[in-house]
Design a protein around this ligand. Sequence first.
Ligand SMILES: CC(C)(COP(=O)(O)OP(=O)(O)OC[C@H]1O[C@@H](n2cnc3c(N)ncnc32)[C@H](O)[C@@H]1OP(=O)(O)O)[C@@H](O)C(=O)NCCC(=O)NCCS
Length: 190
Amino acid sequence: MATVHHMWPFPKETKLSDGTSVTLRPMVAGDEAAVLSFFGRVPADDRYYLKDDVVSAEVVRSWAKAIDYNRVLPLLAVKDGKVIADGSLHFWQGARRHQAEVRISVDPEYRSRGLGRAMMKELIRIARERGLRRLLMEVVPAREEAAVRVTGTMGFTPMVVLPDYAIDRSGLLALDLIVMALDLEEADTY
Ligand SMILES: CC(C)(COP(=O)(O)OP(=O)(O)OC[C@H]1O[C@@H](n2cnc3c(N)ncnc32)[C@H](O)[C@@H]1OP(=O)(O)O)[C@@H](O)C(=O)NCCC(=O)NCCS
């Protein structure tokens, strides 16, 4: 199993658009409490559209216990010991092994300063280094406008629209889900 020490070039410093310096590095088991408290700061309306119950202590403990960067690579942004963003690459095996899914959440206090893009850039680089051909991100455009903006400006294109695939918090409104895809063999901006 890869460890944080073996994962070049982490830890890595990056500067947000306002000059704030943050550290990017893969999650390790000792980050469990900080990751749980990070997701507690992500608004419930945002968390609702994520695939996992990220405010469940059990869920985050299961991630921390089973860290395996070949299965899931969780990348954290850390500022003054606090986790301020969590991005992850989810790898598959067999017929899907040429692609991975990417997910990113940023602390609302740090949004719109380029952190989401900085995380995405690292995850794209790692996916390329691992020889993957395509990155996928699931987005509910009616509720995740910033994610549409980030993926759209980084070379992702809509691969498929799943009509009425997500249901809103009230349970009344069905929303489209779009799978955004980045062709890693063609796009070379990032
Ligand atoms: C998507 C997300 C990770 C972006 O993080 P971020 O640090 O704000 O990202 P950046 O600052 O790099 O870029 C955000 C872009 O979205 C734009 N944006 C923000 N809110 C927006 C909105 N409501 N509508 C349209 N664009 C919006 C910003 O202006 C910025 O674009 P610009 O730099 O071209 O002006 C963050 O909004 C988030 O955590 N959302 C909730 C979780 C989520 O939706 N994750 C994606 C699916 S897994």
